[in-house]
Design a protein around this ligand. Structure first.
Ligand code: FAD
Length: 284
């Protein structure tokens, strides 16, 4: 049961993304089959910011929940959605027995005008959480940002909104990716001081290609410590060495988190079961 997860002092979970095309589903199911052998506490499934591909998220979450019998968490963004859109997706999730969502605002989709963005129905994740809590019986988790969200005016204001998410019903937080554990430790201390009592899960993204630094990482707003930048500079042109060094970096991050008692780990596994398996073997 997912609810047991909120009581545990350690956990291991993965994030996957749904396939873009219909003919890629079979491959995605194979990937999930391989990940399931690693026995994660749950697997979360990402969602398009505009909500247009929500059916794919539901389909993949259903496979995890019903075929693999692993708890599935469906991400859900509200930036481009009406209340009816949200209720339609929650009804689909309930139909397939997926009871847990990661409630997010999402980023402004490319095809959304500034005016549409400014007048969106759900301004923030807090509004979505409140709505879901009132209208559904879903378990709700939310995001948090060890180095603050790029739009936040300060880390303290970001944490104040995090507290609002908890007060409105969020039962767990999953963090944005980070590469310097000191940032995460400082953040958890501040969040706890501000009254956060629910689990804060550490989001770990293995960097196995130097290109990731320029794309995913920049988008997330996470800073890149010198040690990781040096790895990319040294091995960036050599895919196999870059892969090994990136996996080792992630393993060391996780081992250090575990040593410091931060034992809820969420691996942004980017649909790569071999890499995920190597990390899991190393961290026990
Ligand atoms: P919010 O919590 O709404 O925060 C956005 C900004 O507004 C912050 O600066 C915050 O401080 C501020 N804020 C929050 N609440 C309020 C309030 N009530 N009033 C005023 N200001 C407020 N994106 C996707 O498109 N699909 C995904 O599947 C996805 N999965 C993600 C998973 C994780 C674990 C994380 C950390 C992020 C994920 N994202 C995903 C990215 C996310 O959508 C973006 O980071 C987005 O910019 C913010 O979403 P949020 O829910 O954190 O927003």
């Amino acid at each position: 049961m997912f609810r047991d997860m909120f009581e545990k002092d350690h956990s291991l979970s993965f994030e996957v993304f749904p396939p873009k095309k219909e003919d890629e589903f079979e491959n995605c199911y194979n990937i999930l089959d391989e990940l399931s052998v690693l026995n994660p506490d749950f697997i979360s499934v990402t969602y398009g910011a505009g909500g247009s591909r929500s059916k794919k998220t539901v389909e993949i979450a259903s496979y995890i929940q019903n075929n693999l019998k692993i708890d599935a968490m469906a991400h859900m963004t509200c930036v481009g959605s009406t209340a009816d859109d949200i209720l339609a997706v929650t009804a689909e999730l309930s139909k397939v027995g997926v009871n847990h969502v990661l409630a997010l605002r999402g980023d402004k989709p490319r095809d959304m005008s500034d005016e549409q963005f400014e007048t969106r129905v759900f301004p923030h994740a807090t509004d979505l959480i409140q709505f879901l809590n009132k209208n559904t019986s879903l378990d709700i988790s939310a995001s948090c940002y060890p180095e603050k969200h790029p739009e936040a005016i300060s880390i303290d204001s970001d944490i104040a909104f995090m507290k609002m998410k908890q007060d409105m019903g969020a039962k767990m937080f999953i963090s944005q990716l980070f590469f310097d554990n000191a940032d995460f430790y400082r953040f958890v201390e501040r969040a706890e001081k501000a009254g956060i009592t629910v689990p804060i899960v550490a989001g770990i993204m293995p960097i196995t290609s130097a290109k990731q630094i320029g794309s995913t990482v920049t988008l997330a707003g996470s800073s890149v410590p010198k040690a990781l930048a040096d790895i990319c500079a040294k091995y960036g042109e050599s895919p196999q060495e870059m892969y090994s060094a990136g996996v080792e970096y992630a393993i060391n991050q996780i081992k250090d988190l575990q040593k410091c008692g931060m034992a809820h780990i969420h691996i942004y596994c980017m649909n790569k079961p071999k890499m995920t398996s190597e990390i899991c073997s190393a961290i026990n």
